[in-house]
Design a protein around this ligand. Structure first.
Ligand SMILES: Cc1cc2nc3c(=O)[nH]c(=O)nc-3n(C[C@H](O)[C@H](O)[C@H](O)COP(=O)(O)O)c2cc1C
Length: 261
């Protein structure tokens, strides 16, 4: 199974077998990101794996799992979107190996082994599942695309492929806090503006969610050999959809007509 195929099957896993994950997979996690899509080498990141037996994690809505992967990053512009993009690719990679996972937005570490200038972005519980790893496409509880979308032009086949992958992305509390504005060869990504209380923390979470949805589109683009560029456009920065913040644009460059989709 490929990571693209996993997009249409994965689900959060909340029950795990107490079974060891191969050292080779744990090693891959520790260095995950070097060749991942959307990876910014200039943003320094660090992975740590904690085992349940370390008794190091606790907090709200904690899922009991044999392993937890913590992703740390230097705190800089776009660190959350970058972290979300990487961690979701890890989620999909683990799925292809038969390993389940669940984001842990509310848990804390008693003992943090990060480098001094790094911040914890997110923790992912993972391990071999004690429940079905997959679900059918019809079982995804997601908003219809038309509710998430503002399109000034009819969608191209490429845009449809990217947006269908995006629509299935997981998000904190399944809030799907994203909106897409589609123009000629672009998809502009917007993310819900947080309320005033806890603005910075919530903004980080929403940007992490933006990274998740971005990763699905990048993976779909790779699957279909679309030439795609992701960047922030000054012209869009100045625009605002009510209650939403601009997170970046996917620009389909050329080659769209070369590939049968
Ligand atoms: C940023 C983020 C934080 C999350 N935090 C938790 C959590 O603390 N506990 C939990 O059980 N699930 C958590 N989830 C999982 C979501 O509830 C889940 O992804 C969403 O309901 C969609 O379901 P699915 O993953 O099965 O597709 C989190 C997901 C994301 C993306």
């Amino acid at each position: 199974m490929t990571k693209y195929e996993a997009i249409f099957k994965r689900k959060s896993i909340r029950k795990y077998r107490n079974e060891a994950v191969e050292e080779q997979v744990l090693e891959k996690i520790r260095s995950f990101g070097k060749n991942a899509l959307g990876s910014c080498p200039e943003i320094r990141i660090q992975w740590k794996i904690y085992q349940a037996s370390d008794h190091n994690v606790r907090g709200m809505f904690q899922v009991k799992a044999p392993y937890y992967a913590a992703l740390y990053s230097e705190n800089c512009e776009d660190c959350y979107i970058h972290a979300g993009c990487l961690m979701q690719q890890l989620v999909l990679y683990l799925h292809t190996r038969g390993i389940g996972s669940c984001y842990q937005g509310g848990i804390r570490l008693k003992k943090d082994e990060k480098e001094e200038d790094m911040e914890l972005m997110m923790i992912l519980a993972f391990g071999y599942p004690a429940e079905p790893l997959e679900r059918a496409r019809s079982e995804f509880k997601r908003a219809e695309l038309k509710k998430l979308l503002k399109a000034n032009v009819p969608l191209s086949k490429a845009q449809k492929k990217l947006l269908e992958s995006a629509r299935l992305a997981p998000s904190a509390l399944n809030q799907q806090p994203w909106r897409f504005v589609v123009t000629e060869n672009r998809i502009h990504l917007f993310i819900k503006r947080p309320g005033i209380v806890g603005y910075q923390r919530q903004l980080g979470k929403n940007m992490f969610n933006a990274g998740i949805v971005l990763s699905h589109m990048l993976i779909a683009a790779e699957e279909y050999w679309f030439d795609l560029e992701y960047r922030k456009l000054d012209s869009i920065m100045e625009k605002a959809i009510q209650n939403y913040l601009y997170a970046g644009s996917l620009i389909l460059t050329d080659g769209r007509s070369c590939f049968k989709i």
